[in-house]
Write a protein that binds this ligand. Structure first.
Ligand SMILES: [Zn+2]
Length: 143
């Protein structure tokens, strides 16, 4: 019976750990990666906490020995701690990202507001990203 419980709990934890890893790769290009990761971590946390409640229940029913219970529970607590740490880390950066996303112009300087570089040779205005003048081909000196 204990082996069965361990197998069920173990596979639950394994799925909870593996699923976000696969999802992360797939959604790497996504702009909402922080929210997706956060959602997955929340789900992972709920699964782990659920597993811990199951474990407590099994222990109270006398299906687990004290040693087994303490060992499995401490492992679960460690897992929950890692997940909570990751959630906290994401939440710390989330506010900033949300602000950046609300202002599309804040992500990359727009061509309109960016200071133009005047060509030292012909005086033509060039975008700051240009290394050479688009009019005469002279090298642009950037201050
Ligand atoms: Zn020029």
């Amino acid at each position: 019976m204990i082996y069965l419980i361990c197998a069920i709990l173990g596979s639950g934890v394994l799925v909870a750990i593996c699923v976000p890893l696969f999802r992360k790769d797939n959604s790497l290009e996504s702009a909402i990666i922080e929210e997706t990761e956060w959602d997955l971590l929340q789900r992972k946390k709920e699964i782990l906490l659920g597993n811990m409640q199951d474990l407590d229940f099994e222990f109270k029913c006398g299906k687990l020995s004290d040693t087994d219970y303490q060992q499995v529970r401490s492992e679960m607590r460690a897992d929950v701690g890692v997940v909570l740490e990751q959630i906290e880390k994401i939440e710390k950066t989330l506010d900033l990202d949300v602000l950046i996303r609300r202002e599309p112009g804040a992500r990359k300087p727009s061509a309109k507001s960016a200071p133009q570089t005047a060509c030292g040779s012909c005086g033509a205005k060039n975008p700051p990203s240009n290394k050479f003048c688009s009019e005469c081909g002279a090298r642009l000196n950037r201050s």
